[in-house]
Design a protein around this ligand. Structure first.
Ligand code: ZN
Length: 152
């Protein structure tokens, strides 16, 4: 997962006391090596792709899977933290806090995309709920078009 976890630590105590569901979500959203992220890495590796993991691509911005030569950055976004349209749920406890937090994450995601694209990167954003095969197809398609545009 490639976005903002700044402040996650400081809110952990608040969250844990607010609701067990929210604290489970918090635990399920560790900063790196999440299940969907590892599954995608395994699938890409199986397909012969070689890449860097959890690499800083902009100051204070890390991508989950990075193809440095092709300049393709992959972010695996957690449905809760990044406000997935299919699975966005509003936590009952501290609803305003969560909406602000997720809104800030989304704004940061958007900013990261704009800034990376401005310096020639191709971005691939994968939702944690996405089928791994489909996600890997999208990454490979991005790689192909990035490599094409670099040889022209
Ligand atoms: Zn989702």
């Amino acid at each position: 997962m490639g976005a903002d976890r700044v402040g996650e630590h400081s809110v952990r105590r608040l969250v844990e006391s607010s609701s067990p569901a929210a604290s489970n979500r918090m635990r399920a959203n560790r900063r790196r090596d999440t299940k969907p992220e590892m599954a995608l890495r395994a699938e890409l590796h199986r397909r012969g792709c070689r890449f860097r993991v959890d690499l800083t691509v902009l100051p204070a911005r890390r991508a989950d899977v990075v193809f440095t030569k092709a300049r393709v950055a992959v972010f695996v976004d957690g449905c809760f933290w990044h406000g997935c349209p299919e699975h966005a749920t509003v936590a009952k406890a501290n609803a305003e806090f969560w909406q602000a937090k997720i809104g800030a994450n989304r704004a940061r995601d958007c900013d990261t995309t704009l800034r990376l694209e401005a310096v020639g990167w191709t971005m691939v954003r994968v939702w944690e709920h996405e089928d791994i095969g489909t996600a890997a197809d999208r990454v490979q398609a991005a790689l192909r078009s990035a490599n094409r545009s670099k040889t022209i």
